[in-house]
Design a protein around this ligand. Structure first.
Ligand code: 16G
Ligand code: MG
Length: 556
């Protein structure tokens, strides 16, 4: 790194002094904090993004959002070249940059890292970073800080994509690097045309029990703005968008996180909506859950969570694959046995895992956090992953997609109108509708709607795939949550010693009991999850394990 570059960095860093006494950590969702203390962090992530772009010789994304957090918070995270989360190998560098005390220290860290990673400033393509932000008022000034960070690397270009959902930005990064059309207009186009394609392929005679209007709670966030754009050009779905942000406050008593955790109706919904098919997005539209308002229940809802969305998707894909495989059995030349897998975390309701296994699906568990699920899902030809909280997507391997393309062409000339051709076309349409970069509430919503129409299912029918086991989540404040070390996708505690044995003893007391504890990645607490055949039992198990955690780890 030459002297001119070094002095540019020192000068610009001096304009973004870090707050005193705060320690930042690049967690599962990037850096997140009260927006007023984030400027220096976002500026520094801008530098990191530019360096990452030079290192990978690809376009990188930088998203300013705090998702479902309070409107006064904000955050920043990086999208890697394929649209996935920042490589875990760079997370420690992100931490050290964010926490550097002054410009000299910052420069020192950059110089060391550039050397270690062998980042070459000359000869290659210059850095290019796509920027996005959600609707938070603090987003504009933070975006400016990010631009300054990016531009403090000589030759780096910052491209502002405006107010977008998190998944849109990830999609744009992925599409740009694949050399595909990558504007917001292209995103909408792809979503609308693949949805249309799925509707056109619905078998004759599927009942239209869900043609009636559905309602979306947009969390007063960016998802509502985008749905209103889509609504103007989409046919085949009658929907109303509420909580679009024109009146209410972002994530305040609304949105997927609220609905999933509290299991009550979001603001703007009432008994007038009893029985209707409703969906909730979170603040940056990367989570999706469905629900119905229960009659005479003072705002209680029936939740249809990420596990049920996963089950619906997996079932539909399995059905299409078996239609294609029937053809394989008839000894067509070009056969391919696609490996379909489903990825969940320990939070997945036990009833969903049982259901999926009984349906003949391969189920794998990973630790909590999108990056783990995503990585695992990529091991399959078709990997479907979801967290119970509604974040998830479907990944298609490029091998499988190439095979599918060829198959569609073959069938198009030899078996026009056949069930096999339709199944192949449906799978192709799913691969285009779903956002393969990251979980996307908008594309997820349209895929759910297309599949429900295909099956001729109401939300009630869908919800009856299986009955959730009652569960309870609690959090425990402890002195040091990192003292809890887990294994086997967080289903077992290996340290402190003895605690797992004690949890096992308690769990064994309850029919269908299951319980685990894990340190939160986003809050300074240890989380407890328990489920059992009855609600009271799940509650009791959770509270006794919370007590145990407190005994082993000492509370504040
Ligand atoms: C983050 C994760 C989410 C996970 C949650 C768990 C991403 C993009 N988001 O929001 O997947 O469910 O953290 O939070 O990875 P916790 O560790 O506090 O329980
Ligand atoms: Mg989110």
């Amino acid at each position: 790194m030459n002297h001119q570059q070094q002095s540019i960095l020192l000068d610009s860093a001096a304009r973004f002094p870090p707050p005193q006494g705060v320690k930042f950590s690049y967690g599962t969702s990037g850096f997140r904090a009260e927006a007023s203390i984030l400027e220096s962090t976002v500026y520094r992530v801008g530098i990191l993004a530019a360096l990452r772009s030079i290192k990978t010789q690809a376009v990188i994304g930088l998203m300013i959002t705090a998702s479902h957090n309070h409107v006064s918070d904000n955050g920043v995270k990086i999208a890697d070249p394929g649209g996935e989360m920042l490589s875990q190998q760079w997370e420690p560098f992100a931490d050290s940059l964010a926490n550097a005390s002054d410009p000299e220290h910052l420069l020192q860290l950059i110089l060391e890292f550039v050397k270690k990673e062998n980042i070459q400033f000359e000869g290659g393509k210059g850095a290019e970073v796509l920027l996005g932000r959600d609707t938070r008022p603090s987003g504009e000034s933070l975006l400016e800080a990010a631009k300054q960070g990016i531009r403090s690397i000589v030759g780096a270009v910052a491209v502002d994509m405006g107010v977008v959902t998190t998944p849109q930005l990830h999609w744009m990064v992925r599409a740009t690097n694949k050399g595909e059309k990558a504007s917001e207009h292209d995103y909408f186009d792809q979503l609308i045309s693949s949805f249309r394609c799925l509707l056109d392929l619905i078998p004759q005679g599927a009942q239209s029990s869900n043609k009636e209007k559905m309602i979306v709670d947009a969390a007063n966030g960016v998802g509502g703005l985008k749905l209103e754009v889509i609504k103007k050009s989409i046919h085949g779905l009658n929907f109303e968008v509420r909580n679009t942000g024109k009146e209410g406050v972002l994530n305040d008593g609304v949105g997927a996180d609220f609905v999933q955790k509290e299991k009550v109706t979001p603001y703007g919904f009432s008994t007038a909506d009893v029985g209707m098919r409703c969906a909730s997005l979170d603040g940056d539209a990367d989570r999706l859950v469905y629900f119905t308002v229960l009659p005479n229940s003072s705002g209680k809802i029936e939740l249809v969570d990420g596990d049920k969305i996963l089950s619906l998707f997996a079932l539909f894909i399995k059905e299409q694959l078996s239609i294609l495989e029937e053809a394989n059995n008839k000894k067509v030349n070009n056969s391919y046995e696609a490996h379909l897998g489903v990825v969940q975390t320990a939070y997945a309701n036990g009833a969903s895992t049982d259901y999926l296994k009984q349906a003949g699906l391969e189920v794998v568990l990973t630790p909590t956090g999108v990056k783990y699920l995503h990585e695992k899902a990529a091991d399959f030809d078709i990997g479907v992953y979801f967290e119970a909280n509604g974040h998830g997507t479907i990944l298609f391997s490029s091998n499988f997609l190439s095979w599918l393309d060829v198959r569609v062409n073959e069938l198009g000339s030899t078996a026009k109108g056949s069930e096999q051709l339709k199944a192949a076309l449906r799978l192709l349409a799913v691969s285009k509708l779903i956002n393969q970069a990251v979980g996307d509430a908008l594309s997820g919503l349209f895929l759910v709607e297309a599949i429900l129409q295909h099956m001729g299912w109401s939300i009630h029918k869908w919800n009856e795939l299986y009955n959730d086991l009652p569960s309870r989540q609690l959090k425990v404040k402890v002195v040091d949550r990192t003292a809890v070390v887990t294994a086997n996708a967080e289903t077992e505690v290996v340290s402190p010693p003895g605690i797992q044995e004690a949890i096992n003893v308690l769990t064994a007391k309850y029919p269908r009991g299951r319980c685990f504890i894990r340190p939160s990645g986003t809050e300074d607490v240890v989380r407890v999850y328990a489920e059992a055949s009855r609600q009271q039992a799940a509650d009791d198990l959770a509270s006794s394990v919370a007590k145990l955690t407190d005994q082993f780890l000492g509370s504040h």
